[in-house]
Design a protein around this ligand. Structure first.
Ligand SMILES: Nc1nc2c(ncn2[C@@H]2O[C@H](COP(=O)(O)OP(=O)(O)O)[C@@H](O)[C@H]2O)c(=O)[nH]1
Ligand SMILES: [Mg+2]
Length: 222
């Protein structure tokens, strides 16, 4: 996995990020942690790991990922959350699938046969079901879990997408634009673990509306 760089967006993750980095130590992976420079508590919590940290210029989850992935130099990147919900054991099969099946992006899924989420609430599960359906109907997306955003992909392909969404609507802009530009998107099976500590940053109502508005815009524009 020497060609893979994890891009880890973190906001107020002092309870979770140290354990995530500890678990990742057994893997040979490059890592870029993206956070706000005002987030002193998270920065202090990981000082002993000596990781590559970049401070985002703009606010938001999408801004962190766009800036982080634009700094990746390896052939492949992975969006990897700082809350402990993504299991690094799944990375090697995602990367293998990307390479063996000549894909550009692998979207992990919690909702295919044999998959599971220990972090979902009824609201997030329902929201995801609806947005995944809208993705299938209006954008011909073949992915089964549009909002999970546990993605391994080609860094070059990502940079060509020129994504703009700085908030959580990044989650839908990525697969919609990738599919539109005829990149190959595949899925892989995942088991989402519970968040280790701290609070969820997604607000089901506010972010749900932003995602819906973004899908409407993407449908009518490019
Ligand atoms: N750098 C950065 N990271 C963020 C921001 N918002 C969320 N994150 C991180 O993005 C990841 C996903 O957020 P999380 O709260 O786990 O979302 P959920 O599990 O999908 O509800 C976590 O690692 C968060 O710390 C942000 O504005 N900036
Ligand atoms: Mg989470």
């Amino acid at each position: 996995m020497e060609h893979l760089t994890l891009v880890i967006p973190a906001k107020n993750e002092k309870e979770s990020l140290p354990s995530v980095l500890q678990e990742l130590e057994q893997y040979n992976l490059k890592k870029i942690i993206v956070l706000e420079k005002e987030d002193g508590e998270t920065i202090n919590s990981i000082s002993k790991f000596g990781c590559n940290v970049i401070f985002q210029k703009n606010k938001g989850y999408g801004a962190a990922l766009i800036e982080g992935i634009n700094n990746v130099e390896s052939q492949f990147f992975c969006i990897f959350n700082a809350d402990g919900s993504f299991n690094p054991v799944e990375l090697s099969s995602m990367l293998k699938k990307l390479e063996n099946e000549n894909a550009d992006f692998i979207f992990a899924s919690r909702y295919e046969k044999g998959c599971k989420s220990d972090d979902d609430t009824i609201i997030t599960k329902l929201g995801n079901f609806i947005f995944t359906k809208l993705g299938k109907i209006f954008f011909k997306l073949k992915i089964s879990d549009i909002l999970y955003t546990f993605v391994v992909g080609s860094t070059k392909a990502f940079k060509e997408l020129n994504l703009k969404n700085q908030d959580f609507s990044f989650c839908v802009e990525l697969p919609i634009k990738a599919n539109r530009m005829n990149f190959k998107l595949l899925t892989s099976k995942s088991h989402e673990r519970p968040r280790i500590g701290g609070k969820k940053k997604v607000n089901a109502f506010k972010d749900g509306i932003l995602i819906l508005i973004s899908m409407i815009n993407l449908f009518f524009k490019n």
